[in-house]
Design a protein around this ligand. Structure first.
Ligand code: FUC
Length: 348
């Protein structure tokens, strides 16, 4: 196994570092210290062609100006919060709005938009890149000085493991995820509508018109949200179900996982033969099928377009702070935050 360190660009005179981890199975993962962003993942298809399976750019300027959170770590809190206020320990904290009246993905200067400290460690069978960041008290409105770290591990079994740690000196909120857009066709040859997805989930959270969970858990039975035996994404894109329509024809929904670390999510592209299994200790996965991926920019040499990638954001549910019945995202003072998600790449 090998790791290559390089320079990706510069932001205000500060060098942005890139790391490419390579295993002995021809899998490569490249990430940068800006937003802990995964810029590419290269893996072989069934014929042995090694191609990139994520949306990303080759310059830091494009990440700063055009990126819809491509490959980045999202924090302090993933997803939308509305009203953008939190009452904690007798204080009301206002969280900056960055999507109409919503606070989205940790705010305008969330973790995707900061430069992290980084280091490498390596053993015979794995390489780890550790990113760490100290988020000061009241940064993006949130209470507490928070020390956070994210580790990307590439193993010789074609696993990319993401481990998150955090600790704060005040009670605060924390709900971290990674916002990689996958497209297993390879080098964005096709969109993701023919990808087949399986999710072990009996229920999903209903959304309102501003894409906020209403707090209602809906049954997946007899709906385009039933991924228990596998389904192509196109079904949700073409569906007349009101929940598929309000998100722009597709999915942008939190699914309640019925199992953890039991191959609970599986994504397949039959044409390339690539298959990805996702296992997590998080209670939910937000499936976002790139319904709003529109813009006048290029993603490497492909014009940005709807359904070009899909995100599998393992996390606690969005807007959890305003729904008592949803799992809490409170991180108590001096308690350790820990969560782990593993993406395994294989062939069908
Ligand atoms: C996802 C979605 C959102 C949003 C964003 C880019 O997490 O839930 O709707 O568009 O990412």
């Amino acid at each position: 196994m090998e790791v290559e360190v390089g320079t990706f660009g510069e932001i205000n005179g500060r060098r942005i570092q890139s790391y490419t981890m390579m295993n002995n199975q021809n899998m490569k993962v490249t990430c940068i210290d800006y937003g802990c962003t995964i810029t590419r993942i290269d893996v072989p298809d069934k014929e042995g062609n090694i191609e990139n399976i994520v949306l990303g750019f080759d310059s830091i300027e494009e990440y700063v100006h055009s990126s819809p959170y491509f490959g980045a770590v999202i924090g302090r809190v993933s997803g939308r919060i509305n009203p953008p206020n939190v009452n904690m320990d007798g204080v009301t904290y206002h969280l900056p709005e960055n999507e109409g009246k919503n606070h989205l993905h940790g705010g305008p200067n969330g973790f995707y938009n900061v430069i992290w400290e980084s280091s490498i460690s390596q053993s015979v069978d794995e390489i780890n890149i550790t990113f760490s960041y100290v988020s000061p008290d009241r940064e993006e409105g949130y209470p507490g000085n928070l020390k956070v770290s994210v580790v990307y591990t590439l193993t010789n079994n074609n696993e990319l493991i993401i481990t998150y740690h955090g600790i704060s000196d005040k009670n605060t909120l924390l709900n971290l995820t990674n916002h990689t857009y996958f497209n297993l066709s390879g080098n964005l040859k096709e969109n993701i509508l023919q990808h087949e997805l399986t999710i072990k989930s009996n229920k999903f959270l209903e959304l309102d018109r501003s894409l906020l969970p209403t707090g209602n858990l809906m049954d997946v039975d007899h709906t385009p949200f039933d991924f228990r035996t596998g389904k192509q994404i196109i079904e949700g894109a073409n569906s007349k179900h009101q929940q598929n329509k309000i998100v722009g024809n597709g999915y942008d929904h939190p699914f309640l996982l019925s199992e953890n670390h039991q191959k609970e999510i599986c994504l397949i592209d039959h044409a390339s033969g690539r298959k990805m299994i996702v296992e997590t200790d998080e209670p939910y996965v937000v499936l976002y099928t790139g319904n709003m991926l529109e813009g006048s920019f290029q993603i490497r040499d492909v014009p940005c377009q709807k359904y070009l990638g899909l995100c599998l954001e393992t996390q606690h549910p969005p807007n959890a702070i305003h729904h008592k019945q949803l799992p809490s995202i409170l991180l108590e003072k001096d308690k350790e935050y820990y969560s782990k998600t593993c993406f395994s790449l294989t062939l069908v």
